[in-house]
Ligand binder design. Structure first.
Ligand code: BGC
Length: 805
């Protein structure tokens, strides 16, 4: 293929080459008909296909597709094989709909439970994120369809996501925020990687040569296309130079021209453009080679897979007195409007239009014992406020039943792309309902439908809690299988559930803004913090119960010592000691017993999901390579291992270690460990405390220089990168905003409420350069430049520019 690609590049004119570097519209690349190169559709993703009926934007709705559980739920399955199969199904749906690249998966780390998009991400742990993202990519790409690993990188919040500058120290960046991407890229080779909107340490991700070229391509060996997040490009030529091949969507013809001009003037070496174009042509040829006209996927099979995935991702958090599984003949009060109007996916660009949607109520009515099940609404999904009458009805239903099953969690308004949550609480209507029903009947089973952790003030009065997450179109069916033990819950948390938001290490600096955000907690994300600082979570990372029980034994670690290239072999036995078939997710953590550099208490380095019949025993084997013991050394800019004792911890969760052993690992000896000793300047990082109160000067010392947030743009300093919020400081900006907001509402009158809210919120925070994309192409570059001049007080020049369009 290489030769064919080179030949095509040679036949393209400069103009054509530049044109390939941006989209034709919202979802397609440009075709070069003269050479038979078709345009390729790239579309969302990640947990189902969202192919819009119109090419322009979000309006017009999308074609029907299978809605699988979202990433939080898929991640809780810890099941690479399942993720691969879901990927295959997604790939098949793309083939049917003639989509060349599915925009997903998202491998961003869950830095705070509040990130509005956590439901679309896998985990707080990069190893788990990377393994699962890799498996999903392998599945999709096995069907000949491309993926887009996103959002690269350090995109961990929605607030000001288009412009925020994320200040993260080099070690945290490598060990936490990049490691999952690295794993997925090396393991699965996604055809595209999507750069994030935000800045990383001062430079837009889209223009970040360190990220896009030095790390991604040169270090990790990535040879695919880098595509921008939709509207993430600020300076097209700078982005191309940094390694960004494709700008999406294609909105400014001026940007293609800027590339042409830069080559002509000598500012841009044409070979840089040729490399980008070669990668794009490869993507196009791959699409052509795999196109499957007339292909139909098996809808029923995909639905069954969606149900299976929902079962595998459900986490049994608590099960007192073995109340679950429900016993035959029990009278059940099914409570909560989610039973009829399920919360099964999140809002934003990932929102799928499911061809079928199972709800818990309808599914209950198909059960042989349907007559044992009564329903009470419990709350109104449109409001947070407790409704006395609905609660009373629910309490009465609970009193007349043996068990109350309450579906609760977060409503649509809480979790979406485009904005973050502001607290970790569930709606009062849900919390009050659970507390009161528990008083009416102590046999309460709470089923949670949410994309991210919530506080559970009622935990003491619920007998069982089943975390269903956002379980996709099959969730309603999966629920009854789980409740009645037709499926044995086997998911485990891929994220910590802290007791309260204040416990979370990032809370003091999340989402910060308006222009910058400090990642002061550094590598202490999720369990890495809770375990080190001794903060007891509500439910720890890796936790999940089962209807059966497992015994771990016979840990063998070989060899006892590893040399420089040493691989460590680990084996142990696991036995199902209960009376029901089940699956156990076994986890291997590594602890550096004593280290010169500050390190977490333990880190996940391997895992597997083992299926066992009652009484069955299996041997589990893992191989740990050197990287499992390494940290990123900022002095030598490489992964280093410090010689010494390490503990291998085998557990059922991060806080339930069943087996452990010690091993001595020899470091490379390349670096004198004395340089790693920062105990004096960085005491808070060596001994993080509850509350994670890291002083600014310590963070600066870790960061390497004082962190200075970019200034808010003011009159005189506005540029196309200024946000609409910023220009609202001046009269012209305020007038413009009013007109724009009214137009946006008008344009999106057919758009659903949730998406509209995201669009309106994004509008405020969007940089002016995105106006074109956000207005379906109505506002061009000249107009934006004119607006900038106007807001800067240059009225005549501004008006002249605007009129010159
Ligand atoms: C989102 C991406 C998405 C893209 C296209 C962006 O706003 O951040 O995740 O793939 O839109 O819809």
């Amino acid at each position: 293929m290489e030769e064919q690609i080179r030949e095509i590049v040679n036949r393209l004119t400069l103009q054509e080459k530049a044109s390939l570097c941006s989209g034709e519209d919202y979802w397609h690349t440009k075709a070069i008909e003269r050479l038979g190169l078709p345009s390729v559709m790239l579309t969302d993703g990640p947990h189902g296909l969202r192919k819009q009926k119109q090419s322009k934007d979000f309006s017009g709705g999308s074609y029907e597709a299978t809605c699988f559980p979202t990433a939080s739920c898929l991640a809780a399955s810890w099941d690479r094989d399942l993720l691969r199969r879901v990927g295959e199904a997604l790939g098949e749906e793309c083939l049917q709909e003639d989509v060349g690249v599915l925009l997903g998966p998202g491998a961003n780390i869950k830095r705070s439970p509040l990130c509005g998009r956590n439901f679309e991400y896998f985990s707080e742990d990069p190893f788990l994120s990377g393994e699962l993202a890799g498996a999903l990519i392998q599945g999709v790409q096995s069907k000949g369809v491309g993926t887009s690993l996103k959002h690269f990188a350090v995109n961990n919040q929605e607030s000001n996501r288009m412009t925020i500058d994320a200040f993260v120290d080099e070690r945290a960046m490598r060990e936490i925020y990049l490691a999952g991407f690295e794993r997925a890229v090396k393991k699965a080779g996604p055809r595209t990687v999507m750069c994030a909107y935000n800045k990383v340490n001062g430079t837009y991700a889209s223009q970040n040569r360190l990220l896009l070229t030095q790390i991604l391509r040169e270090e990790w060996g990535y040879d695919g296309v880098v595509v921008s997040d939709w509207g993430a490009v600020s300076d097209r030529v700078a982005a191309l130079k940094a390694g960004l091949d494709l700008e999406m969507p294609g909105v400014f013809p001026e940007n293609d021209q800027a590339i042409v001009d830069a080559v002509r003037s000598g500012e841009l070496d044409e070979s840089v453009l040729d490399e980008a174009v070669a990668r794009l042509i490869k993507l196009i040829l791959q699409y052509m080679a795999n196109k499957a006209d007339g292909y139909r996927f098996d809808r029923e099979a995909h639905h069954r897979l969606a149900v299976e995935a929902a079962c595998e991702g459900a986490v049994l958090l608590k099960n007192e007195d073995g109340i679950l599984p429900l016993k035959k003949g029990m009278r059940i009060a099914l409570i909560g409007e989610f039973a009829k109007h399920p919360r099964y996916q999140g809002a934003g660009s990932s929102m799928v239009n499911p061809w079928r949607l199972d709800n818990a109520y309808d599914q209950a009515m198909t059960l042989p014992n349907a007559s044992d099940i009564t329903y009470a609404r419990g709350y109104d999904i449109r409001t947070d406020a407790p409704d006395r009458q609905l609660i009373e009805e629910a309490c009465n239903a609970a009193k007349a039943a043996d068990v109350a099953v309450i579906l609760a969690g977060l409503t649509d308004d809480y979790e979406s792309e485009g904005f973050d949550r502001i607290h970790m609480r569930m709606p009062p209507a849900h919390n009050v309902l659970i507390a009161e029903v528990a008083r009416a009947n102590p046999n309460v089973v709470v089923v949670l439908c949410n994309g991210a952790p919530v506080e559970m003030p009622w935990i003491g009065s619920a007998k069982a809690v089943l975390e269903l997450y956002l379980s996709g179109q099959g969730g309603g069916t999966a629920l009854w299988k789980l409740l009645y033990g037709k499926a044995n819950p086997c998911g485990k948390l891929a994220e910590t559930f802290p007791e309260k938001l204040e416990d979370c290490p990032a809370t003091a600096w999340f989402p910060m803004g308006p222009k910058g955000v400090e990642y002061r907690e550094s590598i202490y994300v999720g369990y890495r913090f809770y375990d080190k600082a001794g903060v007891k979570p509500l439910f720890p990372f890796g936790h999940g119960l089962s209807y059966t029980s497992f015994a771990y034994s016979d840990l063998v670690i070989e060899p006892e010592k590893t040399d420089e290239n040493g691989i460590l072999n680990i084996s142990f036995r696991i036995r199902n000691t209960g009376s029901m078939a089940g699956k156990e997710i076994v986890q291997v953590y590594v602890r550096d017993v004593e280290s010169t550099i500050f390190r977490p208490d333990k880190e996940l380095k391997e895992f597997a999901k083992i299926s066992l019949e009652p009484g069955e025993e299996k041997e589990v084997r893992f191989r740990l390579d050197r990287r499992a013991f390494a940290f990123y050394d900022t002095h030598s800019k490489s992964w280093q291992v410090e010689s010494g004792e390490f503990e291998i911890l085998v557990g059922a969760s991060s806080r339930d270690i069943r087996l452990s052993g010690r091993v001595r690992i020899e470091g490379t000896g390349e670096v004198d460990p004395a340089v790693w000793d920062k105990r004096e300047p960085l005491p808070s990082y060596y001994h993080p405390k509850p509350g994670c109160n890291i002083p600014k000067q310590e963070f600066d010392a870790l960061y390497g220089k004082p962190v200075v947030h970019p200034p808010i743009h003011r009159k005189g300093t506005f540029t196309p990168d200024s946000t609409i919020n910023e220009i609202r400081q001046v009269l012209a900006g305020r007038i413009f905003y009013r007109i724009l907001a009214a137009a946006a509402r008008r344009m999106n009158r057919d758009t659903d409420e949730k998406t509209l809210r995201m669009i309106m919120q994004s509008l405020d925070e969007a940089p002016l350069r995105q106006l074109n994309q956000n207005t379906g192409g109505r506002i061009g570059k000249k107009m934006i430049e004119g607006l900038v001049l106007l807001c800067n007080g240059k009225r005549l020049k501004g008006l002249a520019k605007m009129l010159s369009r």
